[in-house]
Design a protein around this ligand. Structure first.
Ligand code: GYE
Length: 341
């Protein structure tokens, strides 16, 4: 909202004794409420963050990272909108942030497509948008400032390469290997990239067969259901690729409930993504063989980008965060204590 209109509305509200409106929550806020809020935000940079939801440990660590970084002590007012796993909720909160005339919008898009209209609205309102974690595919260029997150395809490829080396080390590189994949939320960058990256390595191994691929939507409960389904359908699974740790926890439960074993010395090799603390503990316990890290601590990097924009500097359009992997040959006990997520 134009600053002059905002001041006029604020004065009008003071005259009519309507200051209570300033406490309006993010959702369902009137434009008069928005202007009062803007006034109370004076001196702070207001940041509206459209988060995916709270489906996984990774996501919780990601949300905490924003809440710890964008504090009043650091000069920010963070408006946090939980999309509860639905794109329409995320679009709605973006529109509310536009109405509130926040200084920046941060979008972690649940899926890659369907953002053009709302990104254009933000652009017309003069509000810079930073895309974090998952990516967007737009028809037009220039609808956002930059994207910052993980190289999901590389994570998937690294998982495939790790499996090839592992099988070779066990003398199983010529054996017929049956694989199933528990995929993340379909159409999300994390799912698309990990599926593609692993799929590329699969094509190089004629003795590897993908028996089935199904989405567990990145949650433990659905991951468990999908694994139960796989175990009913296929009786000779050698490897499970699980596109996040929470689905892996569900898969391990399903495997053990079916009387099978997995991980170190088990019947089924388990490869996971994220490498959150609980998963590393599960690897120490022998249930997971390898875990490809995805770093959820994006907020400090996003904050640096905002500082640059504030200083009128330009940004790298694509920014990858550093990542590694872990397997059960490593000394994870000492590592786990230092780990933030
Ligand atoms: O792997 C998963 C989460 O987008 C990278 O989303 C993120 C993924 C992460 O739910 O645990």
């Amino acid at each position: 909202m134009n600053r002059k209109i905002s001041i006029i509305l604020t004065i009008a509200m003071l005259l009519t004794g309507c200051c209570g409106c300033a406490k309006a929550a993010v959702s369902g806020q009137s434009s008069a409420g928005a202007s009062a809020q803007e006034d109370s935000n004076a001196g702070y940079i207001t940041v509206g963050f459209c988060q995916v939801g709270s489906e996984s440990d990774w996501r919780i660590a990601c949300s905490n990272s924003y809440k710890e970084e964008f504090t009043e002590v650091n000069g920010y007012r963070l408006l946090f909108a939980d999309g509860e796993g639905k794109q329409e909720n995320q679009i709605k909160s973006m529109r509310e942030f536009i109405l509130q005339d926040v200084d920046y919008i941060l979008l972690d898009p649940i899926v890659e497509t369907g953002w053009d209209a709302v990104l254009k609205e933000a652009k017309s309102a003069g509000i810079p948008v930073i895309i974090c974690d998952r990516e967007v595919k737009t028809e037009e260029d220039g609808l956002y400032e930059c994207w910052i997150g993980s190289d999901f395809e590389k994570e998937g490829r690294n998982a495939g390469k790790w499996l090839a080396d592992y099988l070779q080390s066990k003398g199983r590189d010529q054996e017929k290997i049956n694989i199933v994949t528990i995929q993340g939320t379909m159409g999300s960058s994390a799912q698309l990239g990990r599926t593609k990256g692993f799929g590329d390595v699969l094509k190089e191994h004629a003795n590897w067969t993908m028996l089935g691929q199904e989405s567990g939507d990145f949650t433990q409960a659905k991951g468990q259901e999908v694994m139960e389904d796989f175990l009913r359908k296929y009786h000779d699974i050698d490897v499970v690729i699980s596109e996040n740790d929470n689905m892996t926890f569900g898969a391990v439960n399903a495997i053990q409930a079916a009387g099978k074993t997995c991980g170190r010395n088990g019947d089924i090799v388990i490869i996971s993504f994220d490498a959150v603390k609980t998963a590393l503990q599960s690897m120490i316990d022998g249930n997971i063989n390898a875990d490809f890290e995805c770093n959820p601590l994006l907020a400090p990097l996003v904050e640096k980008d905002i500082e640059k924009l504030q200083a009128g500097e330009s940004l790298e359009k694509v920014q990858y965060i550093d990542e590694t992997y872990f397997d059960d040959t490593m000394d994870l006990k000492s590592l786990i204590t230092e780990r933030k997520y």
